[in-house]
Design a protein around this ligand. Structure first.
Ligand code: ASP
Ligand code: MG
Length: 447
């Protein structure tokens, strides 16, 4: 028996019909453990709901509560769920109301409370999805509260999983067994004190891979609303093609640099334990998808082009850096203190340029602290474009092709050489689509 962990995203949970498709797929693919996201848009709305309660915006609070309730009760109705499940959902909705009331009274939503509020989404969707599976009547269906095994540290809203504990507990309490399908939640976990935590937005992919790793699964399958990963964003360029196979190295660079199909952390466990990850569409499973594995057949120079819009560039300049030791570490310490993650870095003798994945504002404490180290120049409105492929720094002539493809598009910054799998350039947001199209034509369509 192949041990398969499947993860279904929010769009696969959007209504009863999507849930039925996901359920049929679970059976067809012989998945023994299923991790699901909250129903479509629910996590966003839970966040808005907490915000509305904190601000005392009663109208918005009531409307959001009602929207969330209606969505879940409608699916429950369509699936004709049992009394027991209806009661369980009613209980969770009652808990949500109590939490929101406390936020409203205190005018404060702590990260601790917010995690408990956010957990409601996955807890309800998994209960409903288990019912969709039960309709098919093929397996014993076991709903499982993932918090029993998904131990994390205390960092609410972006908790780190405790891998060893999770493995031990998962093997004991939720092993994959023939004849049974376990249905559980992505995104949520629990710290040692017993409080609910979450793994960060989009974290259900990560949950899937943590569980697949903990249970030594043979394969992780991520089911979403697109048939796998494409050579570039099809919304930006219609000639984007599906990719059938990616190496772990390529896929990690892609996830990191903006391919939204896969959360960047998903491959952590897969790379450690060498299980393949498949990405496909719940709605068009016949279209196939992308396999991510350690060994792939062909290794093109450029496999894909990913991008992230709205990046900022900070340039820190000081003559003190001239022949000085430790200047870089001082700069990076400031980024660390402000928990801002740095993407690309280039240096000159008296300056350091750093790109970050957010649209920063001039007055934020990060910038003020950097100003203590030197003159800080600040630019926004950039896109980071990444070419992802193989052997890049040992392929002569790549630069010539790159700049020829870009033509009159200005490159503000370029990062190359840290890995043979990627090359990053920073261009103005308004040039991003054109740059991607030109690069795609040169490196992907002509090859
Ligand atoms: N429901 C969570 C979110 O929307 C986790 C996930 O879907 O991956 O961020
Ligand atoms: Mg997702």
């Amino acid at each position: 028996m192949k041990r398969i962990v499947a993860k279904f995203g929010g769009s696969s949970m959007q209504d009863a019909s999507a849930m039925r498709k996901a359920a049929a797929l679970t059976i067809a693919r012989k998945a023994g453990f299923v991790i699901v996201s909250a129903t479509y848009r629910t996590t966003d709305q839970l966040l808005q709901l907490a915000g509305a309660a904190e601000l005392g915006n009663l109208a918005a609070k009531n409307e959001l509560l009602e929207t969330i309730r209606q969505r879940h009760l409608e699916i429950a109705d369509d699936l004709a769920v049992s009394r027991l499940v209806l009661d369980a959902i009613a209980e969770i909705l009652k808990e949500l109301e109590a939490l929101i009331l406390s936020v409203h009274l205190l005018k404060k939503c702590s990260p601790n409370t917010l995690d408990q509020i956010l957990s409601v989404g996955e807890r309800m969707s998994s209960l409903l999805f288990a019912e969709a599976l039960k309709e098919l009547n093929t397996h014993a269906i076991r709903w499982f509260d993932i918090r029993e095994v998904m131990m994390t540290n205390d960092r609410h809203l972006k908790a780190e999983p405790l891998f060893d504990e999770i493995s031990e507990l998962a093997q004991k309490y939720c092993p994959i067994e023939p004849g049974t399908i376990i249905v559980s939640q992505g995104f949520i976990g629990r710290n040692k004190k017993g409080a609910t935590t979450t793994l960060g937005r989009g974290g259900s992919d990560y949950s899937g891979s943590i569980i697949a790793g903990a249970l030594w699964a043979d394969q992780l399958e991520i089911w979403t609303d697109v048939p796998g990963i494409s050579t570039c964003d099809p919304k930006i360029y219609s000639k984007a093609r599906p990719i059938s196979e990616l190496s772990y190295d390529e896929a990690s660079e892609m996830a990191q640099y903006g391919a939204k199909v896969l959360h960047p952390t998903t491959l952590v466990a897969a790379m450690k334990q060498h299980f393949p990850v498949f990405v496909g569409s719940t709605f068009q499973p016949e279209k196939g998808g992308t396999f991510i594995r350690s060994e792939v057949k062909d290794q093109p120079l450029v496999r894909a082009i990913s991008h992230r819009l709205h990046q900022s560039l900070l340039v820190i300049k000081t003559p003190k850096m001239f022949h000085a030791v430790g200047f870089m570490s001082n700069i990076f310490r400031v980024f660390r203190e402000h928990e801002v993650s740095v993407d690309c870095v280039t240096t000159s003798e008296i300056g350091v340029a750093v790109s970050v994945d957010q649209e920063l504002e001039l007055n934020i404490p990060l910038v003020r602290d950097l100003q203590k180290l030197g003159e800080v120049k600040f630019e926004i409105g950039y896109s980071l474009i990444s070419l992802i492929g193989n052997r890049m720094f040992i392929t002569a002539g790549m630069g010539k092709q790159l700049f020829a493809a870009l033509g009159d598009i200005n490159v503000r910054m370029m990062c190359f050489g840290a890995s043979q799998y990627n090359l990053n350039i920073l261009v103005k947001d308004e040039d991003c689509a054109r740059a991607i199209q030109n690069l795609h034509q040169t490196f992907i369509e002509r090859c």
